[in-house]
Design a protein around this ligand. Structure first.
Ligand SMILES: *[C@@H]1O[C@H](CO)[C@@H](O)[C@H](O)[C@H]1NC(C)=O
Ligand SMILES: *[C@@H]1O[C@H](CO)[C@@H](O)[C@H](O)[C@H]1NC(C)=O
Length: 354
C-alpha cells in the first residue's frame, strides 16, 4: 500500500484503527482536492485558450444576452465581422500611466441637469463616429475627437483635427497602433498641435510622420484629470466631451441598444500580462431611464467601432456598472486659436508646404 502523502499526524502506538480511518479520510480529501484543482485549472485555462479563437459575433452569446440582459440588446456587429476575441486582444496597450501627474480640473460649482447630451446642445459640432479599424488607436481617437468637439464648442466652427498625426508623430508618449496612455496623450497636442484631418487623414495604420499643408496646427493649452461622476458631468456641461477608459467586457462588443450593463456571465478581455484590457471612449452626456420600474442612470459614450455598432456608434452604459472607470477621466482645453495664429514664433515651418 502506498504511503499517504497528505497525512500530517504521525501514527502513535495503538492508534491503528484511527489511523486507517484518518488515512481513508485524507485520501478522500486528497482526491476531492485533486478533482477540484483540476476542475479549477480547466475552468481557468482551457476556456481562455478557446476564447482567443472564439468569434466576437457569436450567435449563442447574442441569444444569451437577449434572453438575460435587463435593459439592453445585443446583435452581431459589422465592425467585428470575422474577428476572433484574439484579434480584439491584439488591440491592446491603452493605459493610464500615472494619473497623479495631471492637476484636477477646477470647475465652477454649477448645477447640472438630470440628463444632458452634447449632440443636442451643440449639434453643429458632431458629425459621426470613427471606425478605428485593426489598430489600437482608441486612445488617440477619443482624445483628438474630444479636442475637435471642444474647439468647435469654443469657436462655433468645426475643424476635424488629425488623429493620424498623433498616431504617426507622437513617438514620445504614444505607440501608434499599439496603444497609448490617456494621461500622456495631451503632451503632443500641447507641444506640437494638430493639423486638420483633411491634411493628414486617418488610415488605421502606423504611417510615417509625413504630411504637407499650409495650416496652423491647433494646440492644447492644458489638460486635467477628473475623478468623480459629478466632476465629469460639470466638465461636459461647461466645456464639452471628456475621455475615459472602459474595461472591454466580451458582451459589450456585441452591444446594440439600451443601457449596457455586463451580464452575469460576461468576462473582461485580458491583455497578455493578465491585466484587464482597456479601451478609450469619449463621454458626451448622461441621463436616466426606467428599466422594469427601476430608474437607471447612464453615461452616453461615443465609441470608435464605426457607425453600425451600437446606437449609430454610440452607447448608453450604466452609471454604476463595472465598465467605465470614472476615476480615470481626462479633459483637454484647446488654446484660443487666435493666440496660436498670431504667435508665429511657435511655428517652425516643418508642417508647412515647402
Ligand atoms: C489585424 O492585423 C494583424 C497584423 O497586424 C493580423 O495578424 C490580424 O489578423 C488582423 N486582424 C483582423 C481582424 O484583420
Ligand atoms: C509664443 O510662443 C513661444 C514659444 O512657445 C513662447 O515662448 C512665447 O511666450 C509665445 N508668445 C505669446 C505672445 O504667446
Amino acid at each position: 500500500m502506498a504511503t499517504n502523502p497528505l497525512r500530517k499526524v504521525p501514527p502513535g502506538p495503538g492508534r491503528k484503527k484511527k489511523r486507517d480511518k484518518s488515512f481513508e479520510y485524507n485520501l478522500w480529501i486528497g482526491s476531492t482536492a485533486c478533482v477540484v484543482l483540476v476542475g479549477c485549472a480547466i475552468a481557468l485555462f482551457a476556456p481562455s485558450a478557446d476564447l482567443v479563437e472564439a468569434l466576437v459575433n457569436d450567435p449563442s452569446l447574442v441569444a444569451h444576452v437577449n434572453r438575460n440582459a435587463q435593459g439592453w440588446k445585443a446583435a452581431e456587429s459589422p465592425f467585428f465581422q470575422d474577428w476572433s476575441l484574439g484579434d480584439v486582444r491584439r488591440l491592446s496597450g491603452v493605459k493610464v500611466s500615472n494619473a497623479g501627474v495631471l492637476a484636477e480640473c477646477t470647475l465652477p460649482d454649477v448645477t447640472v441637469p438630470r440628463s444632458f447630451d452634447a449632440r443636442e446642445r451643440w449639434p453643429h459640432c458632431f458629425s459621426g463616429v470613427y471606425d478605428m479599424g485593426n489598430c489600437s488607436s482608441s486612445w488617440a481617437i477619443a482624445a483628438v475627437s474630444s479636442m475637435t468637439d471642444r474647439l468647435c464648442i469654443a469657436q462655433n466652427e468645426r475643424l476635424e483635427l488629425s488623429v493620424q498625426q498623433l498616431l504617426s508623430c507622437d513617438q514620445k508618449f504614444g505607440k501608434g497602433c499599439n496603444g497609448g496612455a490617456l494621461d500622456m496623450v495631451w503632451n503632443y497636442m500641447k507641444e506640437e498641435g494638430l493639423v486638420s484631418s483633411t491634411c493628414f487623414p486617418y488610415k488605421a495604420d502606423a504611417l510615417p510622420c509625413s504630411f504637407q499643408c499650409n495650416e496652423e496646427p491647433k494646440r492644447l493649452s492644458s489638460a486635467c484629470r477628473l475623478s468623480t461622476a459629478e466632476q465629469i458631468r460639470r466638465e461636459i456641461f461647461i466645456n464639452g466631451p471628456v475621455v475615459a477608459p472602459i474595461v472591454l467586457w466580451n458582451d459589450f462588443l456585441i452591444y446594440r441598444s439600451g443601457i449596457y450593463q455586463e451580464t452575469r456571465t460576461a468576462t473582461p478581455l485580458v491583455e497578455s500580462e493578465r491585466e484587464q484590457q482597456l479601451h478609450a471612449v469619449k463621454i458626451i452626456g448622461w441621463g436616466v431611464d426606467s428599466v422594469k420600474s427601476f430608474q437607471k442612470e447612464y453615461w452616453i459614450i461615443e465609441n470608435s467601432f464605426g457607425k453600425d455598432w451600437g446606437e449609430s456608434g454610440y452607447a448608453k452604459i450604466e452609471l454604476n456598472g463595472k465598465i467605465l472607470l470614472p476615476e480615470l477621466a481626462f479633459a483637454g482645453t484647446p488654446m484660443n486659436s487666435k493666440v496660436a495664429f498670431f504667435n508665429t514664433s511657435e511655428t517652425d515651418g516643418r508642417n508647412k508646404q515647402a
